[in-house]
Each structure stands twice: as C-alpha cells, then as structure tokens.
Design a protein around this ligand. Sequence first.
Ligand code: TGC
Ligand code: FAD
Length: 389
Amino acid sequence: YPLSSIPDYYMMDELLSDEHKLIRQSVRDWVESFVMPQIDKAAQEHRDIPNLMKELGSIGALGPYIPEEYGGAGLDQISYGLIMQELERGDSAVRSAASVQSSLVMFPINEFGSEEQKRKYLPKLAAGDMIGSFGLTEPNHGSDPGSMETTIKDMGDHFLLNGAKMWITNAPLCDIAVVWAKNEAGKVRGVIVERGMEGFTTPETTDKWSLRASKTGELVFDNVKIPKDNLLPGVEGLKGPLSCLNSARYGISWGVIGAAIDCYCTAVQYAKERKQFGKPIASFQLQQKKLAEYLTEITKAQLLCLQLGKLKNDHKASPAQISMAKRNNVRMAIDIARESRQILGGMGIMGEFPMMRHAANLESVITYEGTHDIHLLITGLDITGINAF
Ligand code: TGC
Ligand code: FAD
C-alpha cells in the first residue's frame, strides 16, 4: 500500500510539530527500506535481523529521550512514541529491541545510575555498539516480581549474584544486563551485569511461535562476582524496575498502533482489489463494517496516546493511565490483526502479507510488560483503592 494511505483520520498531524513529523517520516522510510524487505524471512527462519541494533542506533531510535550529552537525542515523549509506532509497523520484534534498549536499559542507567555508569554505557547503547537486556521476570515469578528469588549478597569488596531470569528479550545477544535482585534486607536493587563475568550465562529460548525475529533467553547467575561500581546507586525497591516499565509500556501503547495500521492498510488495499461475485469485496457491507471499525479503533488509540504523551512530557502521566493505554491499544491491535487476516481469505495466512506475523507477535505483547489482566487490575485498584492482585 502507498505510505500516503496511512490513516490520520482526525488530522492528528495538526497537533504534531514539524520535528515530530520529520522524525516519523525518517523512521517510516527506514522501516520501508530496511525492515520490510527482510522481516518475513527473518520471522519464518526464527532468527534476528543482522545488524539491527547498529541500524537502530544510526537512525536515532535508541534512547531518543536520553540527554544528548550521553549520546541520546534529547527528544520529547511524543517523538519517542512516534518512533515506536513506525518500528512496530515493521514488526514487534524491531520495536521490542528498541524498547528494551531505550526504556529498560538506558532509562534506568540514566535515572538511577552514577555519573561514571552513564558515561561508560549510555553512548555505546545509544549507538547500538552495545546491546542491553533487562532481567526482572523469573521462572517462578512473572506477574508478581516482588516475590523474586534472585539475590545479591554484599561480600565487602564486591557483590555475589545468584539466581535466574527467564523470558528475557535479547538475552542471548546482550553485552550487558540490568538485573533486579534482592539484597540481604529483602530490598530490590539493580545491578549491571557484563558478558564475560564468570558464572553468567544466557541460554536461548527456542521454538517460539511469536516474536520469531527477536531473540529471547534466560539470564543465569551462578555466584557471579559483581563489582560494587556496577550497583545502580539511585534506587531501592520495586519502584526501580516498575519505573522502567512505565516508560516501556508507554512506548508499546504507541508501537502497537503501527502493527494495527500495517494490517488495516493491507486489508483496505486487498479488499478494493480482490473481486468475488463480480465485485470488489470492499463493496460488501460486512467487509466495510470491519474496515470502519478498525479505523475507528486506530483513531481512538492514536488520540489516547497523543494525550498520554503530552501528560508524560509534563511529568503528569500516572502509571495507571499508562496501564490503561497499554491494555486498550494492545487489545485493539491484536483484534485487528486477527480479524483483518480473514479479509484476505486464504491469502491471509501467507508470509507475503503481515497479518499472521503481527497477530502472533501481539500474543507476546499482550503478555509482556504486564499481562492484559494485570493492567485491568491496576485500573481496578486505581478506581476502587482496593488491591485485587
Ligand atoms: P506494589 O506493592 O503495588 O508496589 C511496590 C512498590 O512499587 C511502586 N510501584 C510503582 N512505581 C513506579 N511505577 C509503577 N508502575 C509502580 N507500580 C508500583 C509502589 O508505589 C511501591 O513502592 P514503595 O515505595 O511503596 O515500595 O507492588 P505489587 O507487589 O503488589 O505488584 C504489583 C505490580 C504493579 C508489580 C504488578 O501488578 C505488575 O505490574 N506486574 C507485572 C510485571 C511486569 O510487567 N513485568 C514485566 C517484565 S519486563 C518485560 O516484560 C519486558 S518485555 C520488553 C520487550 O521485549 O519489548
Ligand atoms: P504469570 O504471571 O504466571 O501469569 C499467568 C496468567 O495468570 C496470566 O494470564 C496472568 O494475567 C494471570 N494472573 C497472574 N496473577 C494474577 C492475578 N493476581 N489475578 C488474575 N490473574 C492473574 N521479562 C523481563 O523481565 N524482561 C524481558 O525482556 C522480557 N521479555 C519478554 C519477551 C517475551 C517474548 C515474553 C513472552 C515475555 C517477556 N518477559 C520479559 C516476561 C513477561 O513480562 C512475563 O511473561 C509477564 O510479566 C507474565 O509473567 P508470566 O509469564 O510468568 O505469567
């Protein structure tokens, strides 16, 4: 489909700055030329896209809102959202790579790291010369990270890290991992673990049906000696990792709009071209109903994100507001991906078209960064003041 057919039904562009539109266009062009030609093959072959992180670094998609003095672009939150939207139009695996690096690795180092840590890691992470991962989830604790079993023990001149993290995006590729573990006092602390530290391994999780162009794995720590300088000094408690999630979930709310747009635009074009009973299938009311509903839902999601972005720029977005957007928009996107596949009939199952790939990817997206049900409970808690976890 022509890129000019990407919907802006409520003229949201009028609310964006020239800089926002320029950033969106440049990422859109990159996705079109770099991601689109190779994404189906990568997903079919269950492998990552070669050189992805360097490429993402070169277009400024890693840590866009990190200050320029540390290698970021110093952009606002709406720019970050628009970048995520364009990346996920390509594939959720591409957005995931940028999300983890930006919101889950660069964000905590920037927010909670020492000056030395910022200077050591952030510029390399921004350039894609270094790949980061984020270890919160464990084999026995996913939705309930507060019960984590991974520990750091103070040994005087270093810490000893023991435990395991599971389902970690980019674990097999990472040069560093931001890992959350409990100290002797039971307080959650963050440490930067570097590849090559003795006792640190990253086995790959294979045979996924979802996010096949993204590497997932475990982070295993067997008496890993962590230098004291690698502790994130600026935060203690679960609010450390959860603050990172606020940023990543916000990006996902925008990102999934991109996946929905890709499915919607493909479906509109196909419905206009494909003829049955002597007419384009777009002329049947049943198909028009679907297309009209997709556009309505995409438009609502865009407006939700834009206002959330403004709140975030003003440091007024609450975690519960972010949960609402993540939950609503991922549901919107997965519904559109699943439904729009049917508009293509048999062709909808083919790799030539993106619906099956997006729908399968979104099964991970609706689970990670807090499941659909957990976000509902966060909204429920915000309404009632009663914790129903
Ligand atoms: P609770 O007792 O409510 O809170 C503990 C402390 O944390 C604070 N807090 C937050 N702080 C900042 N942002 C938030 N969103 C926060 N939510 C809670 C809270 O104020 C409290 O602070 P303090 O100072 O009083 O100690 O926590 P709980 O144990 O009852 O758990 C509730 C919660 C919110 C953790 C849980 O509902 C939840 O969110 N579970 C989901 C876990 C999750 O999202 N995991 C994601 C792992 S990372 C990932 O999936 C990456 S995929 C990326 C990719 O590939 O793109
Ligand atoms: P569980 O917590 O066991 O939940 C299972 C089901 O029970 C869910 O439907 C859930 O909603 C429901 N449930 C749980 N508690 C309640 C409750 N109180 N009330 C009602 N229902 C409940 N994690 C990281 O730390 N870093 C990463 O980079 C990362 N990348 C990921 C990449 C992929 C591809 C995937 C699939 C996951 C990734 N995750 C990552 C982990 C992800 O965040 C977790 O899978 C997610 O938080 C859910 O945890 P769980 O899988 O253990 O499910």
